[in-house]
Structures are given as structure tokens and as C-alpha cells.
Write a protein that binds this ligand. Structure first.
Ligand SMILES: [Zn+2]
Length: 221
């Protein structure tokens, strides 16, 4: 669950702030909550269990597509926001997706840090390190928005304070999965519907494939 939401009209155009290495394309999957932090109560489980299972599903899809995947947790462990950011920053990823789930709202809610964008990254404090990456994070959110919309999933874009992500030095987006209330059928609307989960996971993988090809294109120019 992500509490506050400031709607944004559109994502900014892609501007490369730090071109990634062409050979190794690293994605960090951050399954939110865990341990004593249960997250939101979903219909049939706690958010922490949903995000871990979804992270494992998405990791398999990404590995099959040639990504190097680093996760912030692989079990029901409590991991604080600073530790999550340390893991992400150490991996030097080209994208980080922080995975959440919510019983409220509909479709997928994408959040980028609400920190103001700065270009000079030399003197950034730990808690605001993401401010040098806002434009790239908005661009990543745009790529995810396109892929999900293409897959027929409703997307909402927002900006909010994101403990963890605010300290990350990479393009980073929080992806909050809510039931698909646009669906006619009851089964299709539920968070634990396997077809819905797989549609979302496949679309996120497709978005990252597109993100990787854009990055490689930027390198060639
Ligand atoms: Zn959450």
C-alpha cells in the first residue's frame, strides 16, 4: 500500500542521465514489506506474501529474457528501506521496480518519487539521492504505462514520497497492483486471479525489454 497520491498528467520525455553498460542489464525487484511488516490486508493474504510471490514470478520472466535480476528479499524477511536502497545501489541497476499491492483502487498504480529533479548529483544527501534520477524514473514509468495499457490494464500515474526509492541512484518506480475493476467478470477482477497476475507480469517484462532496447539505442547515438 502506498498512502499519498499526487496525480501527474504525463511522464516527461526520456533524457538519458547515465547511459547503462550494454553487456549487462540489471533489474532490481524490490518486494515491499516482509517479516513483521505485513503491508496491507488483501482479500486472501497479506501484501507481503503477494509481493514476494509476484517478485519470484517476474524474476523468472526477466531471467528468461536475459536480464540480470537482483532482489531485495527472497523470503518472508523484514528489510528496512535503507537496506533496500543499499542493495539496489550496490547492484548498479538500469531499473528498479518496487512491488506493492492494494485492495483499493483499480488496475496498476505507478509511483515515482515526489523529490524535485536536480541535475547536479555531486552533493546529494542519501535520503534525496533519487532526485538526480527523477527524469529517468518518469521515463521508466512511461515505458511501463505503455506496456500495461497495451495489455489492456488500467494505469494510474502518481508522485509520492517513497522511503527506499528516495535513496536509490537508479531509475526506480513503485508498482502497486490493485484488483482489475474494469473487468466484467468477477474472477478477472481479483488480485489472486492467475490470468490477471500473469498479464501484469508479462506486460512489466515487455516494458523492461523495451526499456533495455531504448537504452542500447541511446548508447549507439
Ligand atoms: Zn505496500
Amino acid at each position: 500500500m502506498i498512502v499519498s497520491l499526487l496525480a501527474v498528467a504525463a511522464c516527461a520525455a526520456a533524457i538519458a542521465q547515465a547511459p547503462p553498460s550494454p553487456s549487462r542489464f540489471v533489474v532490481v525487484l524490490d518486494a515491499a514489506h516482509g517479516g513483521e511488516d505485513l503491508g496491507a490486508r488483501l482479500k486472501n493474504e497479506n501484501e507481503k506474501a503477494f509481493t514476494l510471490a509476484f517478485s519470484i514470478t517476474l524474476r523468472a520472466l526477466l531471467s528468461a529474457r536475459g536480464f540480470t535480476v537482483v532482489t531485495t528479499r527472497d523470503s518472508d524477511a523484514g528489510v528496512g528501506p535503507d537496506r533496500r536502497a543499499e542493495i539496489a545501489d550496490h547492484a548498479r541497476p538500469q531499473a528498479c521496480l518496487s512491488l506493492h499491492a492494494s485492495q483499493t483502487g483499480s488496475g496498476i498504480h505507478l509511483f515515482v518519487s515526489s523529490l524535485a529533479s536536480v541535475r547536479d548529483a555531486r552533493f546529494l544527501a542519501w535520503k534525496t539521492a533519487q532526485s538526480a534520477w527523477i527524469i529517468r524514473s518518469l521515463s521508466l514509468a512511461g515505458a511501463i504505462d505503455s506496456a500495461l495499457s497495451h495489455a489492456g490494464v488500467t494505469v494510474t500515474l502518481g508522485r509520492t514520497a517513497l522511503p527506499g526509492i528516495d535513496s536509490m541512484t537508479c531509475p526506480a518506480v513503485a508498482v502497486e497492483i490493485a484488483p482489475d475493476r474494469s473487468s466484467e467478470s468477477q474472477a478477472g477482477a481479483s488480485l489472486d486471479n492467475a490470468d490477471y497476475q500473469s498479464r501484469v507480469a508479462e506486460a512489466l517484462a515487455a516494458a523492461l525489454v523495451e526499456w533495455r532496447s531504448q537504452a542500447r539505442e541511446d548508447l549507439r547515438q
